[in-house]
Design a binder for this molecule. Structure first.
Ligand code: MN3
Length: 243
């Protein structure tokens, strides 16, 4: 457990205790990826909430523009959260762990698949970017890159390729598989490598949104230009925290 995860865990535990005392719905503000539980035997259905963006809308300028960030977070991500809650409510499902939902996604309907994926993927995506990001990776991730993909240049090329070749909407990922090896892959729509339906399964270490809504206002149809700019905001500290 990394220091950040430990802090999140402690914070979440504290929130849960408070929630138990006051009998209210509790969510993890730190990750936004856990939904609430409640006291006694009354289950909470659809308690997922939109996490705050960890920086201002214009913080990633000029690489990612303010309006794109505002619409992407406040409208697109919010819609995934709202529609996930709606879909779980319709199913009367009290599932409250987003990772577990993703891992068992084949047992849910398309609405849960799209919106649980959308909520999970974007919750990570905001943290994978930072106004202090970019530059050369250091630490553990540099070792992983050099030993699995030869060099940072090759790694960038492969992830860019995965992103540009993904037809339509989707994501490109660096995945750590259960056997400890690493692979670059892409998924359609809001699928992710946690999902039991994914071609390459594992833990997402880094991912980039290649839906048009992530770049169209500034880059129009030039997805490759968006990806080239995106490297200037990659939060390597966050990536290292996931290794
Ligand atoms: Mn998106």
């Amino acid at each position: 457990m990394s220091e950040n995860n430990r802090r999140d865990f402690i914070k979440k535990s504290a929130l849960l205790s408070v929630g138990a005392l006051v009998g209210c719905k509790v969510v993890s503000e730190s990750t936004g990826v856990s939904a609430g539980s409640t006291t006694g035997s009354i289950p909470v259905i659809g308690g997922f909430t939109l996490p705050d963006l960890p920086y201002s809308f214009d913080a990633l300028e000029p690489h990612i523009d303010k309006l794109t960030m505002e619409i992407h977070h406040d409208r697109h991500h919010k819609a995934y959260v709202d529609n996930l809650n709606k879909a779980l409510t319709e199913l009367k499902s009290t599932a409250d762990n987003l990772e577990e939902i993703c891992k068992n996604i084949s047992s849910y309907n398309t609405a849960v698949r799209n919106n649980a994926g959308g909520h999970y993927n974007h919750s990570l995506f905001w943290k994978w970017m930072s106004p202090k990001g970019g530059g050369e990776p250091t630490g553990k991730i540099l070792e992983v890159i050099n030993s699995n993909f030869t060099s940072f240049e090759e790694f960038k090329k492969k992830l860019n390729e995965a992103g540009t070749k993904r037809f339509g909407s989707g994501w490109a990922w660096l995945v750590k598989k259960s056997d400890g090896t690493f692979e670059i892959t892409s998924t359609p729509n809001q699928d992710n490598p946690l999902m039991d339906v994914a071609e390459v399964k594992g833990t997402p270490i880094l991912g980039v949104d290649v839906w048009e809504h992530a770049y169209y206002l500034k880059y129009q149809n030039k997805r490759a230009d968006y990806l080239a700019a995106w490297w200037n905001v990659v939060n390597w500290e966050e990536v290292n925290g996931r290794l």
